[in-house]
Ligand binder design. Structure first.
Ligand code: ATP
Ligand code: MG
Length: 369
């Protein structure tokens, strides 16, 4: 799978730009605030339909312009595709693949898959569960359209139920609708658990391998899925999962009414990250944290390849400078096949390490390559 070129029109700080990419390695080089991350962001948009750093599509439009256009020429599954996104010109965002309107944003991921790694991903190890859930969700949504649909439905139900709990004091009639919400959340929640535990089982295997290679075989990385406490086996059949989720909800019914929050369900899921059996969140050094986060991303890349049969595109934003020479060498030279994009400020450091194309970015204009 690879992206051969992109065309950006009034996207972020790009007025009008076409870029042809190298099939293997693309280095995007420039000073701060020139448009390196914006270029990666455009590739992420073409693969997921939305940006990784904002929920608002408006922000993606170049200042003082009515809308943006993005177009990517992609080769995957031995076929050629043109994915296109237009926003701001008509009421709705227009997404097409080979000129056929997309039914959902998942249609884009059917064509182009990406794994993105940036310094904020270190939070995946250091911070609370939300960052780790985002990582699971981002990977699974690209890989499993059914998961994406279930997650959207679950989030809708969760928001609605939260509103009911907040307004319940004045509106007892709303509280009467809770059992219905609980049942639907348990049904959809069980689907999320089904996919998450299987994803994490593979992720744990691949991540342990990548971490060991990256750290020179010195350390053992373990990942463990944690879900609702009444679930005895996340791999159990759907019906049993639903029953166990319902029983947890019942146990927390009064606590939910009192706190006016949704306390029960897989929206609180987490994964434990252990190094040598000890919590990475509490004890890992900076270098260990980086290696573990990178190993998890590379593991996600392997799972994509396993499911789709091709490596997804790997986007590395600002991470090389964070890695020591040994890990840099690993990232640059031992990733096997698959197209890679790397942003950096100091091109000199890369010359000895890389083969591929260097694109120079200056104030929203790309040259070279
Ligand atoms: P760094 O090395 O600091 O990460 P970068 O090259 O990755 O820099 P980008 O994040 O790509 O920088 O941003 C480049 C510039 O684009 C910033 O100065 C930012 O203010 C500008 N920018 C962001 N959104 C828009 C927009 N909608 N319209 C115009 N310019 C924008
Ligand atoms: Mg940047």
């Amino acid at each position: 799978m690879r992206i051969n070129s992109v065309y950006l029109e009034n996207f972020r700080n790009y007025a009008e730009q076409r870029v042809d990419f190298d099939p293997v390695c693309n280095v995007i080089c420039g000073e701060n605030a020139q448009g390196k991350t914006n270029l990666l962001e455009s590739i992420i948009c073409l693969s997921t339909g939305k940006s990784h750093r904002t929920r608002s599509d408006r922000e993606l439009i170049r200042f003082e312009q009515p809308g943006f256009r993005l177009e990517g020429a992609v080769e995957s599954r031995e076929r050629k595709f043109v994915s296109r996104i237009e926003y701001g010109f008509s009421k709705k965002k227009k997404v097409t693949v080979n000129q056929v309107p997309a039914r959902t944003l998942s249609d884009l991921s059917q064509v182009l898959n990406t794994v993105f790694f940036c310094p904020e991903d270190l939070l995946m190890i250091r911070e609370g569960a939300a960052a780790r859930r985002r990582f699971m969700d981002a990977s699974l949504c690209q890989l499993r359209p059914k998961y994406a649909a279930a997650l959207a439905e679950y989030q809708r139900l969760h928001e609605h139920k939260t509103r009911i709990l907040r307004e319940g004091d004045e509106r007892p009639d709303l509280i009467a609708t809770l059992p219905d919400f609980n049942l639907r959340m348990a049904e959809t929640g069980a689907v999320l658990i089904h996919y998450r535990c299987r994803f994490l089982r593979r992720l744990a295997q691949y991540a342990a391998q990548a971490h060991s290679e990256c750290s020179g075989g010195k350390e053992k990385l373990t990942l463990r899925y944690k879900t609702v406490s009444t679930v005895t086996d996340p791999f159990a059949e759907h019906r049993l999962l639903v029953m166990q989720l319902l029983s947890h909800q019942q146990e927390h019914h009064y606590a939910e009414l009192l706190s006016r929050q949704c306390l029960s369900g897989p929206h609180k899921d987490d994964m434990e990250v252990l190094l040598e059996g000890i919590s990475a969140k509490s004890y890992a050094s900076q270098g260990q944290t980086r290696t573990a986060a990178l190993a998890m991303k590379l593991a996600a890349r392997e799972i994509h390849r396993e499911i789709i049969g091709e490596y997804p595109i790997l986007l590395l934003d600002d991470v090389l400078s964070e890695l020591d020479p040994r890990r840099q060498e690993y990232v640059l030279n031992r990733l096997g096949s698959g197209q890679v994009f790397i942003t950096c400020c100091e091109e000199d450091r890369l010359h000895s390490l890389l083969q591929g194309k260097i694109h120079y970015v200056k104030n929203g204009v790309i040259t070279g390559g």
